[in-house]
Structures are given as structure tokens and as C-alpha cells.
Design a protein around this ligand. Structure first.
Ligand code: DX5
Ligand code: ZN
Length: 227
């Protein structure tokens, strides 16, 4: 993974056909996805359950590029090795998920993975100040985590701009997660984001049988940002 600030579209398989993850991931990459975003939910940190490391490992061979695993689980520490062994390229944990975020980030680094730190809409940008030298990505949640298809929270735009200033020249990705559409994508890119997670906006009107719709949706997202 070489660092670049070019805009990347990362479809979230939360909106995929759960019985066809392999085919969905292959289709998404053929249709122009840059990264594949994998949402892990535990029914405790967030009010929804998806799947765990075994499913991530099963998906891995179907992804040629970056597998971006977003852990919405608490506690996270005990499971980091399992997600690393499952083949994640990026592992993001939530700032809010435990009392020792510094240790959690160190553990991901030691496992040889790119380190992501996710922050909920109610968490200020300032919490990153003491983590900037430890992370490769910040995931700015622009909805309350747990479900796809929610409305983008506009107040997060200012946070993205603040983070962009804090990050400066450091090779840290700013990822936006939740409510990314052709309306909101250009706003977050203008504020400094470079990874756009999109579930409903990519999967709308498509299916494993009709993957061309994914490609059309990805192209629309890129075009909305002037790409
Ligand atoms: C929300 C997840 C997101 C979600 C985005 O908890 O982290 O990745 O799938 O879905 P949309 O793009 O539909 O808001
Ligand atoms: Zn996510």
C-alpha cells in the first residue's frame, strides 16, 4: 500500500448480499472499487451484528486490493490478532471502544497492519492529537455507526477540515464513513477527505446478477467530486 491522497472509493459490503460476499467483492473491484470496506459489528458497541474474523478470512481471497476492516466492537484488543490473521490490510478501531486506545493502536502496528482510528460523530477531532504518530488512517464517522443507509451528519464537515489541518504532511488517510452520496462526496473531498466509504450509494439498483450498476454508481461518485 503506497500512500496517496488521491480520492479512493471504498464500497462497504454491509450493503452486499451476505450469501454472496465472494462474488460481490470480485464484482466491486471489476466495477472500479479502490478499496473494499468490511464492517464488523458486535451488537454491543453498536446495536447491530454482522460477522467476525472467520468471515473476513473467507472474503480475503476474493479481494485483490485493499481489505479495509472497520471494527465496531468493544473490547477490540482480544480480537486484533484474529483480524490480522484473517488478512486485513487496514484495521480500524473506535476511539470510544476502550480505555486504552494507545495500547490498541500499538498492537495493530505490531501485527504489521495499517492502523486506523475511527471516531464517532460526537467525538471531537482533538482526541487524535496524541495519536497522530501512531496511525495511518482516521475514519470520520458521518453517521452513528451500526447501520447503512443513514443520513450524513453535516456538522462533521468542519471536523474533517480540522483533521486535515492537524494531519498536515503526515501520510494519514482521512476516510469518511456514512451517508456518502453524490451530494455529500464533493463536500467531504473539498474538506480534505481521500477515502470515501459508500454502502447504499454503490449498491443502489445493483446485484451480483447486475454488477454494472455498481460501476455506474462508483463512476457517479467520482464524477461528483470532479474526478
Ligand atoms: C456504518 C458503517 C458504514 C456503512 C455505510 O456503521 O460503518 O460503513 O456501511 O453505509 P452507507 O454508505 O449506506 O451510509
Ligand atoms: Zn464502516
Amino acid at each position: 500500500m503506497t500512500f496517496s491522497r488521491a480520492v479512493k472509493i471504498a464500497p462497504s459490503i454491509l450493503s452486499a448480499d451476505f450469501a454472496n460476499f465472494g462474488a460481490e467483492c470480485r464484482a466491486l473491484e471489476i466495477q472500479g472499487a479502490d478499496w473494499i470496506h468490511v464492517d464488523v459489528m458486535d451488537g454491543h458497541f453498536v446495536p447491530n451484528i454482522t460477522f467476525g474474523p472467520a468471515t473476513c478470512a473467507a472474503i480475503r481471497p476474493h479481494i485483490k486490493g485493499v481489505m479495509d476492516v472497520h471494527l465496531m466492537i468493544a473490547p477490540a484488543d482480544a480480537y486484533l490478532e484474529a483480524f490480522a490473521n484473517a488478512g486485513a490490510d487496514v484495521i480500524s478501531v473506535h476511539y470510544e471502544a476502550g480505555p486504552h486506545i494507545h495500547r490498541t493502536l500499538q498492537t495493530i502496528r505490531k501485527l504489521g497492519k495499517k492502523v486506523g482510528l475511527a471516531i464517532n460523530p460526537g467525538t471531537p477531532a482533538a482526541v487524535l492529537e496524541n495519536a497522530l504518530d501512531m496511525i495511518d488512517l482516521v475514519n470520520v464517522m458521518t453517521v452513528n455507526p451500526g447501520f447503512g443507509g443513514q443520513k450524513f451528519i453535516m456538522s462533521q464537515l468542519e471536523k474533517v477540515a480540522t483533521l486535515r489541518k492537524m494531519i498536515g504532511d503526515r501520510p494519514i488517510h482521512i476516510e469518511i464513513d456514512g451517508g456518502v452520496t453524490v451530494e455529500t462526496a464533493p463536500l467531504v473531498v473539498a474538506a480534505g477527505a481521500d477515502v470515501l466509504v459508500a454502502g447504499s450509494a454503490v449498491f443502489a439498483g445493483g446485484s451480483v446478477q447486475n454488477p454494472d450498476a455498481y460501476g455506474a454508481n462508483i463512476a457517479l461518485l467520482r464524477a461528483s467530486c470532479g474526478l
